[in-house]
Design a protein around this ligand. Structure first.
Ligand code: SF4
Length: 101
């Protein structure tokens, strides 16, 4: 439930945004996660999602491209690996992502 109702990672937001809804009339096209999955033999440096992440520039200093984020607890038995603070992710989810789903 925490992953669906309080997702803490931009990739999860992308997956939820590209998911068909059977409880609503479909008026707009689904929004796919941009780009392609990374090569598993040439994984991008830093956060592996950074070439596709719309929020890659939010953490300061280009850290998303140089340092792999560590898994941190984001809720009860819910972990996330992202350089944005949990407060920032919660704000983006609440104000920008969830209202559009
Ligand atoms: S660490 Fe940066 S690139 Fe990776 S998911 Fe978080 S914001 Fe996006």
């Amino acid at each position: 439930e925490s992953v669906f109702y309080e997702p803490q990672h931009p990739y999860t937001w992308g997956l939820l945004g590209s998911m068909p809804r059977i409880d609503r009339e479909q008026t707009d096209r689904l929004i796919p996660v941009k780009g392609n999955p990374p090569s598993l033999i040439n994984v991008p440096s830093g956060c592996a999602f950074n070439p596709r992440c719309p929020y890659a520039d939010v953490p300061k200093g280009g850290i998303t491209r140089t340092r792999r984020p560590e898994l941190t607890l984001a809720g009860e038995r819910h972990y996330s690996a992202c350089h944005m603070s949990q407060e920032e992710r919660t704000r983006i989810w609440t104000e920008e992502i969830a209202p559009k789903l």
